[in-house]
Design a protein around this ligand. Structure first.
Ligand SMILES: Cc1cc2nc3c(=O)[nH]c(=O)nc-3n(C[C@H](O)[C@H](O)[C@H](O)COP(=O)(O)O)c2cc1C
Length: 362
């Protein structure tokens, strides 16, 4: 068994290492007849790419090429291969630490598992791999758009500063988040988040936070009980994103402090079922209710920091390390498009499993 393929009917396989020739993916199972261009993919990749003033200064254009599966602007129903070359590669800072395991990163575990690792830029454990997820997710998003389903993510919390989106529509959340340096739709919270990130960077440190993804327009009935319940599938997808340490759906961990009478989402009949709240986060019994699906990821502070830390080498020596290279002092803003992509892949797959997306689009 390998762990590089995701999905049951709408399937994504990713390949590539951070400082190798390229990263990319193969999407298999996408229905035929979907209008698709490189611009559709590029627009999502541009949202993830490094280079903002608060992010890693690696300057990648992340230009995607579609190598197969699309003809005359439409998908063929055959495997869609996409590739992004790694151009702005600087492996020198990694040369100095190639035998040293960075605390908090995957250097030690990759070595323990495979006995060999590409130490340049974190190799396969680098978030560079998530370029491929975002490319695959862009197709899923486009497909879902045809069925009225939208996926919107934003930064909910950074270093203990929480943002408030109450009263905002989904489109307002999306447009405000896109204009923000930290993808936070609340300008007051945004200012404080930026301060905390800048402060941490000055200290050679990093901070963590929470990203929230809202999926609207999902019909009731998606999810495959009992082991592939929709909430279980989404949690699996989110936990697989690098640096994610926890996942919450709907009320999440707040539910433990509520009474049943507070937590239950009451229902009324108004030309159909209407829920009066959404503590469930859009999923009951592992099946979508038709309400917005609300899912959050807890993201740890970036592992690679300049601050001196104790660690070991692969030869068993105790050493100190200060990690140089180009790193994000806070991962949350750049994780948002990756989490959106994973959410879109799950929903596209579930729509196909439920028979709601045909294999050939008219
Ligand atoms: C968008 C994104 C950007 C990231 N950038 C960095 C980074 O600059 N430096 C770093 O050490 N880790 C970064 N990470 C996290 C590491 O890839 C991750 O911590 C590492 O692979 C170990 O895996 P784990 O944290 O899931 O256990 C990033 C993750 C994401 C999703």
């Amino acid at each position: 068994m390998t762990g590089n393929t995701f999905g049951k009917l709408f399937r994504l396989t990713t390949f590539g290492e951070s400082h190798g020739r390229a990263v990319g993916c193969i999407v298999d199972g996408c229905p035929a007849g979907l209008e698709l261009s490189e611009e559709d993919i590029q627009k999502e990749l541009d949202r993830r790419k490094p280079g903002g003033w608060l992010a890693s200064p690696r300057k990648e254009k992340d230009e995607v090429r579609i190598l197969s599966g699309v003809f005359e602007g439409k998908t063929l129903g055959t495997p869609i291969t996409m590739m992004v070359e790694n151009r702005d590669v600087d492996s020198r800072p990694y040369e100095e630490i190639k035998d040293i395991f960075r605390p908090g990163h995957a250097d030690y575990t990759y070595y323990a598992k495979y006995g060999i690792r590409d130490w340049r830029g974190g190799g396969r454990a680098s978030a560079r791999e998530t370029v491929a997820r975002v490319a695959g997710g862009a197709i899923a998003k486009k497909l879902l758009g045809m069925f009225g389903i939208k996926v919107v993510g934003y930064t909910k919390e950074v270093a203990g500063i929480e943002c408030d989106v109450s009263g905002l529509t989904l489109d307002e959340i999306a447009s405000r988040a896109e204009k923000s340096d930290v993808r936070c739709p609340d300008s007051e919270a945004e200012k404080q988040m930026v301060e905390r990130i800048v402060e941490a960077r000055k200290e050679g440190d990093s901070v963590g936070g929470v990203a929230e993804v809202i999926i609207s327009g999902v019909p009731p009935g998606l999810g495959e009980p009992v082991f592939w319940k929709l909430d279980a599938y989404l949690a699996f997808a989110f936990m697989g994103v690098p640096a994610v340490k926890g996942v919450e759906i709907g009320s999440g961990f707040r539910a433990v402090k509520m009474k049943g009478s507070e937590h239950n989402d009451r229902m009324r009949w108004e030309k159909g079922i209407k829920f009066l709240s959404n503590n469930a986060g859009g999923v009951l019994g592992g099946i979508s209710t038709g309400q917005d699906i609300i899912i959050r990821a807890a993201i740890k502070p970036t592992a690679s920091i300049a601050k001196v830390q104790k660690t070991v080498t692969l030869h068993g020596e105790n050493v100190d390390i200060s990690v140089r290279g180009r790193h994000d002092p806070c991962i949350v803003p750049r994780a948002v498009p990756v989490l959106e992509a994973m959410a879109a892949l799950v929903i596209a797959d579930c729509m196909m499993l439920q028979g709601l997306i045909p294999r050939f689009l008219g």
